[in-house]
Design a protein around this ligand. Structure first.
Ligand code: MG
Length: 312
């Protein structure tokens, strides 16, 4: 944990400009709320951010998202042709009625250990997932969870299964992607019995192994910028290192965007624009008590609308 604390202290050096921009931004927020604009911006939301609030009134909440400035959605909660129990076609219709486009969906296979004996059932799962998502026309299907990767060999096997998922999605006209948390920045060694979460550890970083062991024509990476920082790494360096592989972003902070001061969204967006990234999704986890997730999600959108460095 000391290492994480140390990293966060160092990261604050390169987020100094971000912090300053954040302060300037909040002053502007108070004076120019009416000039906030979504012109030229396509702001997406990962619907998980709303927790159960979404399902109390799906059409009503979707309309509020559109009014608040969101244009696209990345779904969560897929299972057997449904999104949290709602038929996907019906969900799509509600999104369209609200003026929102579903462009992505987070899906995890039902198993966490990938082996030669269950790879067939994982592929069957992805085929059904691909069919269901092709019917609603999503551009991406993204796996957000890390399977078991205790060694270099297990990590490379998981990457092979990602390639298989990528082939299945591609055949359905969908791009397969992988989304990280912090554990992907752990190290693994050949024949290892567990990953080590320490920047100084020997071996390969799981995230880098995934990138190097997957086929660029089959697998893209959706970098969660907050979890990358929590994994003691700089998302901008990663975007510079792998411009052709990191094609999607999760724009996330500790709570509402821009409030913690630990994320330098200006450098992240500048690099995203340079790399030609078009699709990103806001993600929000816990809100301080007394606030709803919807309030937080709309505050995140306001932050992006007001930020001059957000041009996508
Ligand atoms: Mg995320």
């Amino acid at each position: 944990m000391n290492n994480r604390r140390e990293f966060l202290r160092n990261v604050s050096l390169f987020t100094a400009a971000g912090l300053l921009a954040g302060k300037v931004g909040s002053v502007q927020a108070a004076t120019s709320a009416t000039t906030a604009t979504t012109a030229g911006k396509v702001i997406g939301l990962q619907t998980y951010s709303l927790f159960g609030e979404l399902y109390k009134d799906v059409p009503g909440v979707l309309k509020k998202l559109k009014q608040g400035g969101y244009s696209t959605l990345e779904l969560a909660g897929y299972g057997n042709g449904k999104i949290n129990g709602i038929d996907m076609q019906e969900f799509k219709k509600m999104a369209e009625d609200a003026g929102l486009k579903i462009t992505s969906s987070h899906v995890n296979p039902p198993v966490w250990e990938y082996t030669t004996s269950n790879v067939g059932s994982i592929k069957d799962f992805w085929k059904k997932t691909a069919d269901d998502h092709a019917r609603i026309g999503t551009k991406y299907v993204v796996q957000p969870g890390l399977p078991q990767t205790r060694s270099v060999e297990e990590t490379q096997y998981v990457a092979e299964v990602f390639n298989e998922a990528g082939k299945i999605m591609k055949a359905a006209g969908i791009q397969f992607g992988y989304h990280n948390h912090d554990r992907e920045f752990s190290h693994v060694v050949p024949g290892g019995k567990g990953s080590v979460f320490d920047r100084g550890a020997k071996g390969d970083v799981i995230y880098d192994l995934f990138i190097k062991s997957t086929d660029p024509s089959l697998v893209v990476f959706e970098m969660d910028v907050y979890w990358t920082v929590m994994g003691q790494n700089d998302p901008v360096s990663y975007m510079q290192k792998y411009p052709d592989r990191i094609r999607l972003l999760h724009i996330k902070d500790r709570h509402v965007l821009g409030q913690s001061g630990m994320m330098n969204f200006e450098t992240i967006f500048n690099q995203a624009i340079k790399n030609g990234i078009k699709d990103y999704y806001v993600e929000l986890e816990g809100m301080p008590s007394g606030k709803t997730q919807l309030e937080g999600v709309l505050a995140c959108c306001d932050y992006l609308k007001k930020a001059r460095f957000v041009k996508i």
